[in-house]
Design a protein around this ligand. Structure first.
Ligand code: ATP
Length: 283
């Protein structure tokens, strides 16, 4: 039984049987609520994310996308609801536990990370992996060295993919805003997530690097079956690169479906017109 209330859900990552069998949804978000004082930022959001899909979460300003994103990843405790990741209840679980279950989000480069070389930022991102446990370093030094070499190679490979390899020894603080975003993305990939959460991945990234990043996302999905949920304002990116689109307005999910179906949905057009933005829909 899926625990709907926050109290039962808050007790931990309990194993629950997948409700849809093999190939079912990887993430099930059900009736999630989050208020800030009198503001209902998320007001009963419900949707599924299929395994191996690229799903965009869109909606006008103030729709509750970022708040929901933070609730799903454990950064904000939700008030009520259920969030199942591969059959496990993760609602109100702490971020590190959710990350260990494979659902990883990008993090801003903090002041401390900005004071370190790019390559060290990458190596540090891998430290939570099982191979990085202290006992391995102490009792299996050869294995640990081998592992470190592998991690270093992977870091360089990923830096190459996001075009930051020449800056591997530069301090992260010297990167431009767009380059920092790419580093944040590459750091998230160091943990080899099965479910990647991206909050406005294209913001501040120049079009050439943005295209590279989108290609990489598609490749990771194709080759590794990675599932991606991303919040994005750029409708061209959303329409061209997602399999499904979930649309929020006023804290609720008002539509979901293929990019084509969603752009023609009158509720979506109305929500965007009310919010003063455009979907690029052919009205
Ligand atoms: P945008 O696209 O503009 O980033 P969004 O869809 O991500 O918007 P949220 O940022 O989640 O929307 O905001 C939803 C509502 O919750 C808004 O009314 C916002 O003002 C409010 N809100 C968000 N975070 C907080 C907070 N920490 N404290 C109080 N109110 C908040």
């Amino acid at each position: 039984m899926a625990s709907e209330g926050s109290t039962a859900a808050a007790t931990g990552a309990e194993r629950e049987p997948p409700t849809d069998g093999a190939g079912g949804p990887m993430l099930r978000v059900k009736d999630v609520h989050k208020r800030f004082g009198g503001i209902k930022a998320v007001d009963g959001a419900t949707f599924d994310v299929a395994e191996g899909s690229i799903t965009a979460l869109i909606g006008p300003n103030g729709a509750g996308k970022t708040t929901l994103f933070n609730v799903l990843t454990g950064f904000y405790p939700g008030d009520h609801g259920s969030v199942m990741l591969e059959g496990r209840q993760i609602f109100r679980n702490p971020p590190h536990r959710i990350a260990r279950l494979g659902m990883v989000r990008t993090f801003q480069i903090t002041k401390a990370l900005a004071a370190m070389p790019v390559i060290d930022n990458m190596m540090l991102a891998a430290q939570d992996q099982p191979g990085e446990k202290l006992r391995n370093v102490v009792f299996r030094p050869a294995a640990s060295r081998r592992r470190e070499k592998e991690v270093h190679e992977r870091a360089l490979e990923l830096l190459d993919t996001v075009n930051l390899h020449r800056l591997a020894d530069s301090y992260a603080g010297t990167l431009s805003g767009g380059q920092r975003k790419l580093l944040e993305f590459a750091r998230a990939l160091m943990t080899e997530p099965s479910f990647l959460m991206l909050d406005e991945p294209m913001a501040g990234v120049n079009p050439t690097l943005g295209a590279r990043l989108l290609d990489l996302i598609q490749r990771l999905r194709r080759e590794r079956g990675m599932t991606v949920l991303f919040v994005e304002h750029d409708m061209e990116v959303v329409m061209g690169h997602s399999d499904r689109v979930v649309v929020m307005a006023e804290g609720r999910v008002i539509a979901e479906g293929s990019p084509d179906a969603v752009r023609k949905d009158q509720k979506v057009i109305d929500a965007y017109l009310g919010g003063g933005a455009a979907t690029g829909a052919e009205a």
